[in-house]
Design a protein around this ligand. Structure first.
Ligand code: FE2
Length: 292
């Protein structure tokens, strides 16, 4: 018998992992919160509290006293303390690799929803990336919230896996197919910026680490047409639109941030105070949070 909980042929390993995972699992966003004094240098107990939370839920929220300080070393230094080094430099990112998420109206940015004040549907980051360029960790640091809105909903992708597998293991089988989802090519002014890419929703990386690629935005994905995939897509959609106790909602405030192993998330639309617009720093890493 192997010890692989994500192997559909190994129900014993799955049940054992599942039981441990769900034991004392947080059901409120407040349970993810850790207050820290200095993001540049965490105390031992602060670090341990963040590690413990991430081990359980693949994410944690910190509250730091940095307020509206726009110093990018805040997210950089925090990430470094969790072993994150390989920043993904996506198209809209600044030269240092961190992306300033704010409303931007220039031609490069305005085509992409993150740089508008519109709602963003459920997704994981970088679902359109090549298989060897996947985003394992996603961090957000809030310099300034919106005047109104800009709330994030988040859900641990391992919990999504459990709820889907418990509902019907065929959902998992469908979502692990190499052609489960195809992201259409990105063409701007006749130039192909990214080719079409197919891949699985769930995959297992290295030592039993579950990875998830997903977008609820129908425009951005072509699902495999077989009945089991269609059924899995509907089940996940229903789950993400349910009032599941495993969906946390929070609006990051100045000096707060989220560190995560690229969990499922969305964002509500928002209204800016024009003089003090919303600003979040987003960092995407090819490595996962180091939690030992
Ligand atoms: Fe995102």
């Amino acid at each position: 018998m192997n010890n692989k909980p994500f192997d559909l042929d190994n129900d014993a390993a799955y049940q054992s992992w599942r039981e441990t995972k769900l034991e004392n699992y947080p059901t409120k966003a407040e349970q993810l919160v850790v207050e820290i004094n200095n993001p540049h240098e965490l105390s031992k107990s602060e670090k341990q509290a963040l590690v413990d939370c991430c081990k359980k839920t693949n994410m944690a929220v910190y509250i730091s006293p940095t307020g509206e300080d726009p110093d990018k070393n805040i997210p950089f230094d925090l990430a470094r303390q969790f072993g994150l080094r390989e920043l993904n430099k996506n198209m809209g990112a600044d030269d240092d690799g961190i992306t300033a998420l704010k409303v931007q109206n220039d031609p490069l940015h305005k085509r992409y929803i993150p740089y508008t004040n519109h709602a963003i549907h459920w997704h994981t980051d970088g679902y359109y990336n090549a298989s060897d360029q996947q985003i394992r960790a996603l961090n957000l640091h809030c310099v300034r919230p919106a005047k109104e809105g800009g709330e994030n909903a988040v859900m641990d992708h391992e919990i999504a896996y459990i709820l889907l597998r418990d509902d019907n293991p065929e959902h998992i089988q469908a979502f692990m197919q190499d052609n489960a989802m195809t992201i259409p090519e990105n063409v701007v002014d006749g130039n192909e910026i990214r080719p079409a890419r197919s891949g699985p929703v769930f995959s297992v990386i290295g030592d039993n680490q579950l990875h998830m690629r997903y977008t609820a935005r129908a425009h951005n994905v072509i699902w495999s047409q077989d009945a089991t995939t269609q059924s899995a897509v509907a089940a996940l959609d229903a789950l993400l639109h349910s009032d599941s106790k495993y969906i946390y909602r929070l609006t990051l405030q100045s000096g707060w941030g989220l560190i995560s192993n690229n969990v499922l998330h969305d964002r509500s639309g928002f209204t800016d105070d024009v003089a003090h617009p919303r600003l979040l720093y987003r960092s995407r890493y090819h490595d996962a949070l180091q939690l030992s």
